[in-house]
Design a protein around this ligand. Structure first.
Ligand SMILES: Nc1ncnc2c1ncn2[C@@H]1O[C@H](COP(=O)(O)OP(=O)(O)OP(=O)(O)O)[C@@H](O)[C@H]1O
Ligand SMILES: N[C@@H](CCO)C(=O)O
Length: 300
C-alpha cells in the first residue's frame, strides 16, 4: 500500500505573484494500491462533493501522465482524506496534482527527481508557486521559463511570527480569479511591483517581519483586480491592527494573516467575530510531500 501526504500551500505572499509560495500544515492524504478498475473513495467532509468517475482530477492526471510517459495504462484503488478546502486559494489542485505524479512515479518506478517533478507540474499549472513549496516544504521562490520549459527554485527561511488564515465560506475558482487580471502592465508600474517583490524576499531573509508585512500589503500585480471577488478581504483589513498584515492567499478567497506575537490574541479575537468564515491558526510545513510504502491502512 502506498501512503502519500501532501501539504497545502499559500502562494504569492502578496507581491510574489506566481513565483513565491509557502507550504502549510493542512494536508491531503491518500492510500493507493493497484486494482483491476478505478475506485476512488473520499473520507470526510471536504471531498464529499467530488465525483468519483473518470472526471476525477487525480484520475484524469494519472491517466495524463501514463499517456505522457508512454506507459501501459493501469487502474488504482484510492482512499483519500483532505483538510484542504477546495477552491479557496490554499493550493488544493496543486496538492492533488502532486499526489497524481507521486502515484505514477512510484507504481511505474520512474525515479523522477524532486526538480524534475517540480518542472513537470509547473508546466501543467503554468507557475511553480503552489507545487514547489508543497513538494519541498517551507517557503520556495520559483521561476518557470515557458520558452525553455525550465524551472529554477530556491528555499527561503520560513516566517517565525504567528500566522492565521481566514477561509470564507464560498469558493473562488482559480480560473475565474485569473480571468480578471490585466493582459499588460505599464513599465513604471512593473518596476514598482518588482521592487516590492524584491523587498519581500529581502525581508524574509533578514527576518524583518515588519518590513515583510508592509511589502505583503503592497502588492501591485493582482490583489487590486481580485478584491471585488473577495468581500472578506476589506473586512479583514478593517479589523486588524497596525502590527498585523493581510494578503490574498493564492487566487483567493482565503486571506493570510501574519501577526506580531504581542498582537496575535487581540487580532485573532477580532477576526473570529467576522461572519461567514473560519479562522485557522496554522504553521509552515517544513517537510513537503511524503510518500512511503506500508502494510495495512492508516486512513479509515
Ligand atoms: N483532492 C482532490 N481530488 C480531486 N480533485 C481535487 C482535489 N483537490 C482539488 N481538486 C480540484 O481542484 C479544484 C480547485 O482548484 P482551483 O485551482 O480552482 O483552487 P485551489 O487549487 O484550491 O486554489 P489556488 O490554486 O488559488 O491555491 C476543485 O474544485 C477540484 O475540482
Ligand atoms: N499564483 C496563482 C496561484 C493560484 O493557483 C494565482 O494567484 O493565480
Amino acid at each position: 500500500m502506498l501512503y502519500i501526504k501532501v501539504p497545502a500551500s499559500t502562494s504569492n505572499l502578496g507581491p510574489g505573484f506566481d513565483s513565491i509560495g509557502m507550504a502549510i500544515n493542512i494536508y491531503l492524504e491518500l492510500e493507493v494500491e493497484e486494482s483491476n478498475e478505478w475506485d476512488i473513495q473520499h473520507l470526510g467532509e471536504v471531498l464529499s462533493e467530488l465525483s468519483n468517475d473518470e472526471n476525477h482530477y487525480i484520475r484524469k492526471m494519472c491517466e495524463h501522465f501514463m499517456t505522457h510517459f508512454e506507459l501501459e495504462h493501469k487502474a488504482f484503488k484510492i482512499i483519500m482524506y483532505s483538510d484542504i478546502p477546495l477552491a479557496r486559494g490554499l493550493g488544493s489542485s496543486g496538492s492533488a496534482l502532486i499526489a497524481s505524479l507521486e502515484i505514477i512515479n512510484h507504481f511505474y518506478q520512474l525515479n523522477l527527481s524532486e526538480e524534475e517533478r517540480i518542472r513537470i507540474l509547473s508546466e501543467i499549472e503554468g507557475h511553480p508557486d503552489n507545487v514547489a513549496p508543497s513538494i519541498k516544504g517551507g517557503i520556495v521562490a520559483g521561476y518557470f521559463n515557458h520558452a525553455t520549459n525550465e524551472t529554477v527554485t530556491l528555499s527561503i527561511p520560513v516566517i517565525k511570527w504567528p500566522i492565521m488564515v481566514v477561509i470564507p465560506n464560498y469558493e473562488l475558482k482559480t480560473e475565474e480569479a485569473r480571468d480578471v487580471l490585466p493582459d499588460n502592465m505599464a513599465f513604471d508600474e512593473a518596476v514598482k511591483a518588482g521592487a516590492i517583490g524584491n523587498m519581500l524576499v529581502a525581508a524574509l531573509f533578514a527576518k524583518n517581519y515588519s518590513i515583510l508585512g508592509k511589502m505583503m500589503m503592497n502588492d501591485l500585480y493582482h490583489e487590486q483586480y481580485r478584491a471585488h471577488l473577495v468581500p472578506h478581504f476589506k473586512r479583514v483589513k478593517d479589523v486588524i491592527t497596525d502590527n498585523c498584515y493581510a494578503f490574498l492567499s493564492g487566487a483567493g478567497p482565503s486571506i493570510f494573516i501574519v501577526c506580531h506575537p504581542d498582537y496575535y490574541d487581540e487580532n485573532r479575537f477580532n477576526l473570529l467575530k467576522l461572519p461567514d468564515c473560519e479562522v485557522k491558526s496554522i504553521e509552515p510545513d517544513q517537510e513537503g510531500v511524503i510518500t512511503f510504502e506500508k502494510d495495512g491502512h492508516m486512513l479509515n
